[in-house]
Design a protein around this ligand. Structure first.
Ligand SMILES: NC(=O)c1ccc[n+]([C@@H]2O[C@H](COP(=O)([O-])OP(=O)(O)OC[C@H]3O[C@@H](n4cnc5c(N)ncnc54)[C@H](OP(=O)(O)O)[C@@H]3O)[C@@H](O)[C@H]2O)c1
Length: 168
């Protein structure tokens, strides 16, 4: 399982239950990486999407303890149920897509984290842990900086050298 996200210079990921930046090059990377795969999110991230609808062309699994079953995505009500669901898929095809609480919960189980770094401060109220300070994580890829839409961004990959196994 992998996590995918963008962060600002302070590892901020969002504000007012929305994203801080809308950067087409990053959205393209996100879409191309996750399409045809499985995306896992918390209830607030689902609610933050247009119309509260899941992402197209992907299997959407949402941890939503008080949620009702629905047709357009798989609602799970506990971590145990989430792991049972994720276990049905090849772990390389499963992407944690937010938000802050979901990333925090699932980070130890992710073997890689794909982080788009935006060289700006977005005024976040939701944060991801700074992986440079986590001894289990190692920066294994960093692209050249790219200028896009008025932002400088870099695509990076962190590898988790101490992956935890899911327990139901
Ligand atoms: N920068 C990025 O790439 C990126 C990507 C995605 C989201 N975001 C941002 O992240 C922010 C939202 O973060 P968030 O933490 O509020 O959202 P979240 O993780 O999507 O949703 C939190 C909710 O999910 C459920 N949940 C998550 N972890 C759980 C656990 N361990 N056990 C039980 N339930 C759990 C709970 O639902 P209930 O409340 O229903 O019980 C919880 O309140 C927004 O600003 C959003 O834009 C940023």
């Amino acid at each position: 399982m992998k996590a995918i996200l963008h962060v600002d210079k302070e590892w901020g990921i969002g504000k007012s239950n929305g994203l801080m930046f809308s950067i087409p090059a990053d959205m393209k990377f996100f879409r191309e990486t996750t399409t045809g795969n499985v995306v896992v999110m918390g209830s607030n991230t689902l609610k933050s999407f247009p119309g509260g609808s899941p992402l197209k062309n992907r299997i959407n699994i949402v941890l939503y303890p008080s949620g009702e079953p629905r047709e357009d995505c798989k609602i799970v009500r506990s971590l145990g149920e989430l792991f049972e669901e994720i276990n049905k898929y090849d772990s390389d095809k499963v992407f944690v897509i937010g938000g802050a609480m979901m990333y925090k919960t699932l980070l130890p189980y992710c073997d890689e984290v794909l982080v788009t770094k935006v060289d700006a401060v977005g005024g976040a109220d939701a944060f991801f842990e700074n992986l440079d300070n986590n001894p289990s994580f190692e920066l294994v890829y960093e692209s050249e900086p790219q200028e896009t839409n008025g932002y400088t961004i870099k695509f990076t990959t962190y590898r988790n050298n101490d992956v935890k196994k899911y327990e139901r």
